[in-house]
Design a binder for this molecule. Structure first.
Ligand code: NAD
Length: 441
């Protein structure tokens, strides 16, 4: 089938290459000429495992093209909207202007298609009620709107798109369902569950899922606060409660909390929408979820300050990790970046290293020192802070770092190191929600 994808960021570019991989003819459209140039040349504008291979293979096969010219979308029968819905500055609500601009572009350029009905499928995460409003913008054009929320995780985006755990259609008619079944035929044949519902339910599925995940993370981080006040160990607590399969072990890792371009802004936009709908009481708990999450960042700064003897001025701090999660270079609302910035503002001499997000970090924080390796970053450090759980950091040994640092202090912001190993090697180790238990304390 002939498809277009409007917006070629983390979601759209991955969706475009994966649709081409499934055999469709895909045209990716973005207003960012630089991004389109990179993609058209087979270069990934971001770090995502497997993405480069898929991109190059499908460009070479002639199934995939990229352009900034919206008029070219007319060739497609199904159009995906994958533009951003960031948080409005100074507000909790989502900025819908990019989605509205994309729908206006579609309304202008869609034409009848020789293969059958034309569908616009919204993938961006939008406030409930948006689809109905956007469908009205397409009235009088040959296109029908459906909402098809996306659940991919950065770092696993290609796999999640090729093997999703479910596909959701928010549709108003049966024809749209049939066309979308043709788009996703290889996935449906492989047994991926497909759920059909109305617009508001499909819109809510996405934000409800993200709210649940955020709540689970903040729950265990709230338990970490209790553990810190009582000498308990949150990693053991999480393991023990996780054996109950009604609770489960996943997403129960205490640390410096969640971040990225989705969870934080999605729960805030959900609260803003609930207020508009006059059901804000239903989501009051999300305010606490957000607050717990942000308190963990403060806690990491406190631990570093304490290890520096109460003052950060002139102390050198090595920050390992800048991306909001491993296997991504995305630094949007990254806890690691936020903590590094707070430390720097408190007077610390911060040197950061991230295996993939170095360039993003240099662009965003030109005043921050960015090293090219772990060993360079930790050189002369009074405290080492592990803030993104890249495999490279999980495998660090105390003996590798000891000769480089000024003092043997480590903050494990993701609880991925074995405390005993570091303490036995003479380090002062601090985790999140874990007892102190240093030999000298
Ligand atoms: P992004 O910022 O990486 O990409 C958005 C892209 O849209 C940018 O390249 C931008 O230039 C382009 N764009 C903006 N206006 C446009 C227009 N009028 N026409 C064409 N292109 C335009 O954002 P993202 O992370 O890919 O997220 C996109 C949407 O998907 C958001 O609503 C997000 O919440 C949702 N989502 C993201 C993920 C994820 O993991 N990143 C997962 C699920 C859902």
């Amino acid at each position: 089938m002939q498809l277009s994808v409007l917006g070629c960021g983390y979601l759209g570019a991955v969706h475009a290459v994966c649709m081409a991989e499934m055999g469709h003819e895909v045209i990716g459209i973005d207003v960012d000429a630089e991004k389109i140039k990179l993609l058209a040349n087979g270069e990934a504008p971001f770090y995502e495992p497997q993405f480069d291979d898929y991109l190059q293979r499908n460009l070479a096969a002639g199934r995939l093209r990229f352009t900034t010219d919206p008029a070219e979308l007319a060739a497609a029968q199904v159009h995906f909207i994958a533009v951003g819905t960031p948080q409005i500055s100074g507000d909790y609500a989502a900025d819908m202007s990019y989605v509205e601009a994309a729908v206006a572009t579609l309304a202008k350029h869609v034409t009848d298609h020789p293969d059958g009905p034309v569908i616009v499928a919204g993938k961006s995460t939008v406030p409930v009620g948006s689809a109905e409003r956007l469908a009205a913008m397409l009235e009088g054009t040959p296109a029908t709107l459906m909402w098809n929320p996306e659940f991919l995780r950065e770092g696993f985006a290609v796999d999640d798109t090729m093997k999703p755990d479910r596909i959701v259609y928010g549709v108003s008619d049966d024809v749209s369902r049939q066309i979308m079944d043709d788009v996703y035929r290889p996935l449906l044949d492989a047994g991926v569950p497909r759920l059909v519902m109305n617009y508001p339910t499909a819109e809510l599925v996405k934000v409800a899922a993200n709210s649940f995940l955020a709540t689970k993370i903040s729950f265990i981080n709230a338990m970490a606060e209790l553990c810190e006040a009582t000498g308990a160990d949150v990693t053991q607590l999480a393991e023990a409660i996780g054996y109950d399969d009604r609770i489960g072990k996943r997403f129960l890792r205490a640390g410096i909390g969640f971040g990225g371009g989705c969870l934080p802004k999605d729960i805030r936009a959900f609260m803003a929408r609930a207020r508009e709908l006059e059901v804000d009481n239903a989501l009051v708990f999300l305010r606490e979820v957000d607050a717990i999450n942000l308190r963990r960042r403060e806690r990491a700064v406190e631990l570093a300050t304490e290890l520096c003897g109460g003052r950060l001025g002139d102390r050198r701090i090595a920050v390992l990790g800048a991306a909001f999660k491993p296997d991504s270079d995305d630094v949007r609302d990254s806890p690691a970046l936020d903590i590094a910035t707070r430390l720097q503002m408190a007077g610390a001499d911060v040197c950061a290293y991230d295996p993939a997000a170095g360039n993003a970090l240099r662009a965003l924080r030109p005043e921050m020192q960015v090293a090219d390796s772990v060993l360079d970053a930790v050189s002369g450090a009074h405290v080492v802070m592990l803030l993104t759980e890249w495999d490279e950091f999980k495998e660090l040994s105390p003996a590798d770092l000891a000769p480089r640092v000024a003092e043997l202090n480590i903050v494990d912001g993701r609880n991925v190191l074995v405390p005993q190993q570091w303490r036995e090697a003479g380090w002062r180790y601090r985790g999140m929600g874990r007892p102190l238990e240093d030999p000298d304390e």
